[in-house]
Design a protein around this ligand. Structure first.
Ligand SMILES: CC(C)(COP(=O)(O)OP(=O)(O)OC[C@H]1O[C@@H](n2cnc3c(N)ncnc32)[C@H](O)[C@@H]1OP(=O)(O)O)[C@@H](O)C(=O)NCCC(=O)NCCS
Length: 175
């Protein structure tokens, strides 16, 4: 089941992230930081256990980042990563603000095909706004980034979040 995260999920989210941050695949996030930004997390729960998570972060400029996408290895290749990213897209598109000028989602990833299937395109890292690089100083690979930068335009829409699939018909109506 896909749902918004609550405070009680913070430790489980951190455990998932730690699976990958310890090998440098993902940025470590302290528990206090996860708790502070718990409203930006989406989780996937199976039999009472958090087995997938991701979060959204606006760079305060024109871009929103999909971060900390992690799925428990026991649950790989069942579509959970895809469901989380689809929900993140939907939340970003229903919550983004023209006033704030947000116009694209971006991600740094090693799993290009997952994002390509969801409409993201590879871009040169240098085309992303400078603020995007704020977190890179905490990354083990900051001097030699081997992740791929990908972006997807935000299409503003006015439908409730937390459904699994973004309906092309609804998106078309909202444009
Ligand atoms: C990347 C990750 C979130 C994918 O989760 P998942 O639930 O297994 O993903 P899905 O089942 O939705 O996969 C959808 C598609 O993504 C691609 N994909 C998923 N895992 C992949 C992998 N390890 N290598 C290459 N492609 C992969 C495939 O195209 C897959 O479609 P297919 O199963 O029909 O071949 C998970 O492997 C993970 O947590 N990895 C470690 C952390 C990480 O790299 N996070 C991404 C940071 S942006």
């Amino acid at each position: 089941m896909l749902r918004k995260a609550g405070y009680g999920d913070a430790a489980s989210i951190q455990n998932l992230i730690r699976l990958y941050s310890e090998t440098g695949k993902m940025l470590y996030r302290p528990l206090e930081e996860i708790e502070k930004h718990i409203g930006s997390f989406i989780v996937y729960e199976s039999e009472g256990e958090i087995v997938g998570a991701c979060s959204l972060k606006s760079d305060g400029d024109r871009s929103i980042e999909i971060r900390s996408l992690a799925v428990d290895p026991r649950y790989y290749r069942r579509g959970i990563g895809t469901a989380l990213v689809l929900e993140a897209i939907e939340q970003a598109e229903s919550g983004c603000s023209r006033e704030r000028g947000e116009e694209q989602l971006f991600v740094f990833t090693y799993v290009v095909s997952l994002f390509q299937k969801l409409g993201f395109q590879i871009v040169e890292k240098s085309t992303l706004p400078a603020k995007v690089w704020n977190d890179c100083k905490y990354c083990l690979h900051s001097d030699k980034c081997d992740e791929t930068a990908m972006v997807r335009p935000l299409i503003r829409q006015y439908i409730p979040a937390m459904s699994y699939v973004v309906s092309p018909a609804i998106v078309a109506e909202a444009i």
